[in-house]
Design a protein around this ligand. Sequence first.
Ligand SMILES: *Cc1c(COP(=O)(O)O)cnc(C)c1O
Length: 422
Amino acid sequence: MGKLSDRDKKHIWHPLTQHKLHPTMLAIIKAKGCILTDEEGKEYIDGISSWYTSAYGHCNDFIIERVYAQMQQLDQVVFSGFTHEPAIKLSEELIKILPPNQEKIFFSDNGSTATEIGIKMALQYHFNKGDKRTVLLAFENAFHGDTFGAMSVSGLSVYNGPFADFFIAVERVATPTKENISEVLEKLEKRLQKNDIAGFIYEPLIQGAAAMQMHDPEGLEKIITLLKKYGVITVADEVMTGFGKTGKYFASDHLAVKPDVICMSKALTAGMVPMAATSCTQQVYDAFYSADMSKGLFHGHTYTANPLACAAALAGIALLTSNEMQENIQRVIAAHKNFDLEIKSHPKVARTRQTGTIYALDLAIEMERYGDLRDKLMNHFMSQGVFLRPLGSTIYISAPYVITDEQLRKIYDSIKAVLELI
Ligand SMILES: *Cc1c(COP(=O)(O)O)cnc(C)c1O
């Protein structure tokens, strides 16, 4: 049979990979709690929750039990014309934890489609009202996914070159800081006079793909308030920030003014199976509600509201809202704060930042040395049994909330060791 990493090379085309430069994949055979095990038996602490999914630990027994029970009852059924208990229950539980203005849930199966649907809601909302608005707003350096609408609003265009000619009309807003906010608002208000802006999509508080850039809630709140005044549909992409990452259920909970639409995926099903959801207000929903068939939202995926995914999401929400998990979240937040005191004045650390359970630091390193820095850093962490995936010279932690104090210590120590190496 041969090694998995060798067999992999024959037929598999991996995502976000230039195979000529990175021919070999690490084969993982097992995941439990915060530990990944490779085919040689080496263990790694999953410091990024496998791309922010496994928030309550891998192969969580409670989630497994719930999904297994669902498997024996109803596996999959068409969700157009049919409905089922797991989806209904999930809509009820999501509405309980979402910001209070959210009323309707549209299910899909990955983060990109969650944002794609949010974009369509914003565009068609105005179309249905006979209001010609064709431009979207998005933050600089945004990331919203890899489908066409999502790519259009994403500002990290290095990988989007071949498709740039096919994008929808998007204009950029600078992410707010205490210094630029009045200028941003002034420019925006001038731009809004044309009344052609349909929607604004944004990652609230943390821009993950932009190397964990964080902005403060006050500036964002002012931008959203202004946009609402001009009837712009605000779409919070909480695909990464949802389900406890920022210390609250959603990043939008840190703001007094709430978005019209919220996109969710990643930790929604706690890493068990793929699923996504886009929620919206009654006002958005009502713009589609009509005796006229063509005013409906004609978007649907075969696996919409898959019952197994619903069961996983329901189990995940039960865990998230438990006292035990909330205590874990607070414990992780406090641990990161202490670690920050330990290293923020280290000469090799340029800047540190934290929002809730997510901690990031920028290395103080000259541009010329960037080259293969990321690979070097990652190799260092992996050799120490820690899975961190630096973005350029930024190292970030977004571990499962159930991580033990010892495992956290091991991650921190591996970062401290890297500071001595570079
Ligand atoms: C990951 C991510 C997406 C895309 O989700 P996929 O499931 O990878 O398609 C969109 N927006 C944000 C903020 C993300 O972090």
